[in-house]
Design a protein around this ligand. Structure first.
Ligand code: NI
Ligand code: MN
Length: 226
């Protein structure tokens, strides 16, 4: 399994011969190294409906034929735009051909703002657990610190966790370090920072607070092989 960080919350996973793209926010993401036209994932996985997470999902799904997995109301909305979708909800698991996916709680909000400025309700925001090739990956999505992260740490032996540290819209470095102590991942990667002025953050602030886990501050395009 290979995990690539592409700026903001964008993570690409190669596992069991499939390519998964999580929260493909490329257009308007000045940090990313990805080009929309070059993306050919098999699956697009979405944590919630905010535009900085849904991103270029419609264009990428249409050009690649990727199946889009999303919280149910977001899946319905994207299905209405002609995409092949699979709706899920918090606490639910489903075994796909790439592996098993479980949606977890995230404490945040979720809506999509259209080009006309209309705000569409897109269900509950979520995080996700991906189990494949005997490895377990947690992408927290956008969230505050919440005590059920202890439960996630109890239920799963997590190899890699992607946690937001940007503050303002999500937890910041101090709370993300507490989250890490509860989730107990072998490796933790800080995400969702530096993209916009309100979420500028020095990831070293996070790293110096984490005691047990291996903190990997990934530059855009860098990867971890498990
Ligand atoms: Ni959000
Ligand atoms: Mn966000």
């Amino acid at each position: 399994m290979k995990l690539f960080y592409h700026g903001h919350s964008v993570v690409k996973i190669e596992t069991n011969g499939y390519t998964l793209l999580i929260d493909p926010f490329i257009t308007g993401n000045e940090l990313t190294d990805l080009v929309v036209e070059e993306q050919q994932p098999d699956y697009i996985l979405l944590t919630h409906g905010h535009n900085d997470h849904v991103g270029d999902t419609v264009a990428i799904a249409k050009q690649s034929g990727a199946k889009v997995i999303a919280p149910n109301e977001l899946a319905i909305y994207l299905g209405q735009q002609g995409l092949d979708t699979h709706g899920m909800n918090i606490g639910g698991s489903y075994t796909f051909d790439f592996g098993k996916l479980t949606y977890t709680k995230a404490f945040h909000s979720s809506s999509y703002t259209t080009e006309d400025g209309e705000i569409v309700y897109t269900g509950m925001p979520a995080g996700m657990i991906i189990e494949a090739e005997g490895k377990t990956v947690y992408h927290a999505g956008d969230t505050s610190l919440f005590s059920d992260m202890k439960l996630i740490g109890e239920l799963y032996s997590i190899d890699v966790a992607f946690l937001p540290i940007g503050d303002n819209f999500t937890m910041g470095p101090e709370h993300a370090a507490i989250a890490t102590s509860w989730i107990k991942p072998r490796i933790v990667v800080p995400v969702h920072y530096d993209t916009f002025p309100p979420i500028r953050q020095n990831p070293e602030t996070f790293k110096e607070r984490v005691e047990e886990s291996d903190v990997r501050i990934l530059n855009v395009g860098q990867s971890i092989e498990l």
